[in-house]
Design a protein. Structure first.
Length: 346
């Protein structure tokens, strides 16, 4: 993408029974969103038509069978129509194999379009892991699905909030498996992916902090030896290669230090270690109203041959198809994707 060309973004609709169609339609109704990129929704015409009707959206639907057919006119929502569900009969706000199959097809199509150069990157609406499993999909998470479809070996999940950037050594695995997966080689690869991320964001000399796996970062072996045997060697390897790396540091205080500006990005050892601080800062729940009033934060898969950014929340079946879903994370994901593509100069 040259600096003068507006990026074309494929937005996968996500699970059609969830909030994906709604947050996509709401985000694309913002003129500032569509001014910065050329978005095409990869999904189903009938679902997007029903969504626009539900929202009484000012957008008109333009269904296409190729990206070349898109006109990207103001006030028009471009939909790459796979026609793989019937919105009139689709079970809404619940798990179904039908929705899981459709959601997987949107991801697969987005990958194919990126590989063909028809779009510059993808932004993904949420999928449901139970629905994917019911559809027989081998990998239940976006990150793992995208890695398999692109034959990518070195990849990692990055969460970006307004105050923290966190990249993960392990993600969707049982907690009991994590210590075996935190190896010197894997930690080292993720440290380099953290550097790659920050370079892409214009920070080639990033300060990278690495979490310990165990309480107090192992307390010199008292609470576990993974820091001594795996994490410290990986950090030392990265330092010898010229990276500005610190750790392993106790996770209970590290995120506050990063939030305060001491570090640019944090390497977390497992899913919740990294997700909890980012979502605590970015998500706000109003108990009196019974609604999420803030959903800030996005998910980036680092290491793929193309850019993928996602919302940082799930399908929210309890809020789906009611016209009340919060599009904040989708708006943010599109903005981040647009910025990262511009920084790359793809």
């Amino acid at each position: 993408m040259t600096a003068s060309r507006v990026p074309v973004l494929g937005i996968t609709m996500g699970d059609p029974a969830g909030v994906g169609p709604e947050i996509t339609a709401k985000a694309l109704a913002h003129p500032e969103v569509t001014a910065a990129c050329r978005p095409v929704v990869i999904g189903d015409r009938s679902v997007m038509a029903a969504t626009l009707a539900l929202l009484r959206s000012p957008l008109t639907l333009h269904a296409v069978k190729s990206v070349a057919e898109c006109t990207f006119e103001p006030g028009r929502l471009e939909c790459f129509d796979l026609a793989n569900v019937d919105c009139a009969t689709l079970p809404k706000s619940t798990v179904s194999a039908e929705a899981g199959r459709a959601a997987y097809a949107y991801i697969e199509t987005g990958v194919r379009l990126c590989q063909a150069g028809a779009i510059d990157g993808i932004v993904t609406a949420p999928v449901n892991k139970e629905a994917l499993a019911a559809a027989g999909v081998q990998h239940a998470g976006h990150t793992e699905i995208l890695a398999r479809l692109t034959n990518t070996k070195d990849f990692a999940m990055l969460l970006m909030g307004k105050e923290l950037k966190v990249i993960h050594v392990t993600t969707h695995v049982a907690l009991r498996r994590v210590p075996d997966l935190v190896t010197r080689e894997r930690v080292g690869r993720v440290i380099h992916l953290a550097q790659q991320t920050m370079t892409g964001l214009g920070r080639p000399r990033a300060r990278i902090a690495v979490c310990g796996l165990n309480p107090h970062a192992g307390e010199d072996g008292l609470f576990g030896d993974e820091e001594k045997t795996q994490i410290i060697p990986a950090v030392e390897d990265a330092r010898r290669q010229g990276l500005d790396v610190y750790g392993p540091l106790p996770a209970d205080t590290l995120f506050s230090r990063a939030r305060g500006g001491e570090f640019d990005i944090v390497v977390a050892m497992y899913h919740d270690q990294g997700h909890v601080p980012v979502k605590t800062l970015g998500f706000t729940f109003d108990q009196a109203a019974g609604t999420w009033t803030g959903l800030s934060g996005v998910n980036v898969t680092v290491g793929l041959p193309f850019l993928r950014v996602s919302v940082d929340h799930g399908t929210a079946f309890d809020r789906a198809w009611k016209g009340i879903a919060n599009p904040e994370s989708m708006i943010e994901a599109i903005a981040v994707a647009t910025h990262m593509l511009g920084a790359r100069g793809d």
